[in-house]
Write a protein that binds this ligand. Structure first.
Ligand code: NAP
Length: 266
């Protein structure tokens, strides 16, 4: 058992989550790995125990299923050794909104939004009482890009960004660090699962580069980390423009453009 806090990582069987597991293990943290594929988790756990000498628990669970999700929530509430939650499990959907069934949409929201928020909820109270801990939420640049017309996936990732920033405003002063990580296209299985060829995507980032950059943001206690964005000034300008609107939201009267004849009661 490591003297460092343990890290619970969702979606740890492949891709970004597996790379986080590798990096946190090499930093000497014990791990709890969550995903549906027990065999892949067991194989990764065995490798990390052997290579990094840390303790690794496997918790196989379907986070889109309420009973699977409840088991992971319970672990986060009860296990005082876990100090870091990496909310990484997520999926995308093939096709456009008109091609997607209502059940597909519901399942994606259950995984990308409901599970992420419920797991953060299970961890945040304990972390805030302890005055320490970290919650890392994996969003996407698609959450900033409605032009991609990935309505449901992008909407779930816009939720992740807002949720992370608002949660940071609440629990940051209590000693809990919250990071939103916004990857762009990264080489993982998510592309094949949603019917796309990763090699056809320009500017595809390798998964280790993405996670190493996200961890540099984590070490710097950055609130929002966007590894592919080279011009950091663009994000700062975007945030400044958003914040500049806030005082203007407190208005008893609608804006003049909505008070033209016929638009508002006389
Ligand atoms: P990935 O290789 O497909 O990994 C997804 C992980 O989530 C797997 O470990 C998968 O394991 C797990 N998972 C999927 N459904 C689950 C469920 N119902 N319950 C529990 N675990 C489940 O994809 P990835 O690219 O690493 O994705 C990780 C995160 O990065 C996602 O949130 C994704 O939206 C985000 N992201 C990825 C990219 C990219 O280009 N790769 C870009 C932006 C954001 P099992 O199948 O074993 O359950």
């Amino acid at each position: 058992m490591s003297a460092k806090p343990a890290v619970l990582i969702t979606g740890a069987s492949t891709g970004i989550g597996a790379a986080y597991a590798d990096r946190f293990a090499r930093r000497g943290h014990d791990l709890v790995l969550v995903a549906r594929s027990q065999d892949q988790l067991d194989a990764l756990a065995a490798r990390l125990r052997a290579e990094a000498g840390v303790a690794v628990d496997v918790l196989a669970a379907d986070l889109a299923d309420p009973s699977g999700l409840a088991r992971v929530e319970q672990r986060l509430r009860d296990d005082a050794g876990i100090d870091v939650l990496v909310n990484n499990a997520g999926a995308s959907l093939a096709g456009g909104f008109l091609d997607q069934s209502a059940d597909d949409v519901g399942r994606l929201i259950a995984l990308n939004v409901t599970a992420l928020a419920r797991l953060a909820n299970a961890a945040a109270g304990r972390f805030a009482r302890a005055g320490q801990g970290a919650i890392v939420n994996i969003g996407s640049v698609v959450g900033l890009t409605p032009e991609f017309a990935m309505a449901v996936y992008g909407g779930t990732k816009a939720f992740v960004l807002h949720f992370s920033q608002a949660l940071a405003a609440e629990v940051g002063p209590k000693g809990v660090y919250v990071q939103a990580v916004l990857p762009a296209a990264t080489r993982t299985d998510i592309w094949k699962k949603s019917g796309k060829d990763p090699d056809a995507i320009p500017g595809l980032m390798e998964v280790d580069d993405l996670v190493d950059a996200a961890l540099a943001g984590f070490d710097a206690r950055e609130g929002v980390s966007i590894p592919p964005l080279h011009d950091e000034g663009q994000w700062k300008a975007f945030e400044a423009a958003r914040r500049a609107m806030i005082p203007g939201f407190s208005q008893a009267q609608p804006a003049p453009r909505y008070r033209a004849a016929g638009l508002a009661p006389a």
